[in-house]
Design a protein around this ligand. Sequence first.
Ligand code: KMH
Ligand code: ZN
Length: 444
Amino acid sequence: MNTGVGLTVTLRVRMGAHDAHYAGELVDGARILALFGDVATELLIRLDGDEGLFRAYQAIEFLAPVRAGDYVEATGVITKVGNTSRTMAFEARKVIANVRDAVNGVPASAADAMPEPVVVCRALGTCVVPKELQRRPRLVLPAFSAPPPELAELPEPRPIITPPPHVIVTPANTELILTAAIVGAETTRAQTPWLPVTARELADEAARCRDAGASVIHLHVRNPDGTPSQSRELFAEAIAAIREKTDVVVQTSTGGAVGMGVDERAQPLDCRPEMATLNCGTLNFGNDVFVNTRPLIRDLAARIRAAGSVMELECYEVGHIDEALALASEGLLGTLLHFQFVLGVPGGIGAREDVLRFMASQVPSGSTWGVAAVGRHQRPMTELAIRIGGHARVGLEDNIYLEKGVLAEGSAPLVARAAAYAKSVGREVVDPDRARQLLGIAAR
Ligand code: KMH
Ligand code: ZN
């Protein structure tokens, strides 16, 4: 059902001299909130055909200065729709900045388009549109009935504005599943000393991630020398160690590392994990090829089902979603589909906002989806997914940095940051038992 969650609006405006309020031509924060007010109004008009009322801000953070001459882009997204209330998350970004370097002789008119936008303000607010002012239902005429004569006399009603399909993503979803990909197959100890390798280290890290907000652990295992493995014994040892320490959902990889054959990759299924990945297509993976032929995908899908594990459908390309849907129509998947969009792998689809919105728009209603973005894209894509109703995976498998040049001390700090962001925009991070329900694990 199209509830309006995920509906997004962006405005871009230039701050003029009249907007500057403080010394140094600084623009006051209230000006940014006025922009959010305009964004909220447009969202309400698109959803309800009425301007509505801004009722309250739950949180406001001013994060960077805005000055006269700067261009600011303000985005709002609806995160929750009640009977009359609409919860929204807002973000304002500076995209062009006046240079202001008269001391060095730079002309006052010099300005730069910023390579990376700077977030200047974030907020969470609630608007209200009273039932009697919500015009959308009144514009919908009952099916098969001729318009009543009095309406036939009236001019054509204004058409209902239907947002483009790529804007609406999933049904209302405030609950959030955070997955921690704590080790992977490619990250090395030489890259980060924080990579867990032994069963004990994996279990300790899984427990730390659980404390930080993760409900699912995406698990690979390593040989004692740190090289990737899919050994059933190593998986059994790691899962047992994790089970002793924490109650997370363990999702084993059936992707393994590039170059592994299907029998090797399928070994963790002997442990009958609660969840397992199913990679839905072949792609260039860095300078290698990650081979997932159509017969191999079907073979693994059958083995995952035989193990009684719930699948996570790894999609590194748009076409991989179509392949997953083909598997579903062939009856090879369970009833609940859970997609993971893996974005930014060199050789795969890029980690961009339009890409994520489009991929999210392709999943059938009733499915869940999450994003796992690589490297520096992990944080922005995680936050975007959280804003538009998806789930998210973070961790050292995909990204080893907390900030540029600052290694994350394990995956837990990355989970903690995602959880804090989720809270700031009104998403509720779920515990493992709730994740099991949402993913259909309890029902198996
Ligand atoms: N290591 C990648 C080649 C999965 O876990 O299912 C594959 C991967 C996917 O990590
Ligand atoms: Zn993996």
